[in-house]
Design a protein around this ligand. Sequence first.
Ligand code: FPP
Length: 250
Amino acid sequence: MSKNPSLVSQINKNRIPEHIAIIMDGNGRWAKRKGHLRIFGHQHGVGAVRQVLEAGVEVGVKYLTLYAFSTENWNRPIIEVNALMELLVDTIEKEIPTFMENGVRLKVIGNQEQLPEKCRNQLAEAMEITANNDTLTLILALSYSGRWDIMEAVKKIAVQVKEGILSPEEITEKHMDLGLDTAEYPNPDLLIRTSGEMRISNFLLWEIAYSEIYFTPVLWPDFTKDDFYRAIIDFQGRERRFGKTSEQIA
Ligand code: FPP
């Protein structure tokens, strides 16, 4: 339950964003402020993941994409990378019963080939077990970057052109949409970034063309259901014009 029931009641249940994407930032700073190692922040970040997942199910969000590990994160100290991979494996294993109880289907985007075998196996198992759940799809972006995904989509198109299946003049946005790891999901309606940083950091570059963006200074481990509801309420107060005028969409 929300600590602030009036916040949930402010949400218009008929205009829930279908897809929310989150850049979960600030774990390291949160830990440092408390005099701990960065991994302590990541461990507490799992609690915030649970909060947004529960809140998403409660209000009827259909897709939730979490930026859990970027292509660039491989450059972090090996001790942090290993600890993060282990945390992911442990968390996914532990959370499978909760996913089943709440109808959560797990999916992954990103270069899975780069992930440790144990992590790949755990993800494959969790995706198989949860494959028929249809309340909410949780998409973890792992070893993911928007530019990497765009490059992969371009390569697929180039192969089709080379094989004579497609001519350059026939290429449309749809070909790009279908070549991306996110092909089967709608574009995010709302993108949230925590920790006060105002960057996109190579996340879903193609897909967020018309997403509403919400920045909050809250560090990820402190992010609660109420913060999630605040982002949805803010989103609902905006006018999405998709390049048109206000009059055209009225
Ligand atoms: C960014 O904070 C956070 C990450 C790179 C990792 C996020 C991972 C988790 C919250 C665990 C996820 C678990 C599951 C199951 C999805 P940062 O380290 O960049 O923080 P800083 O900017 O303060 O240094």
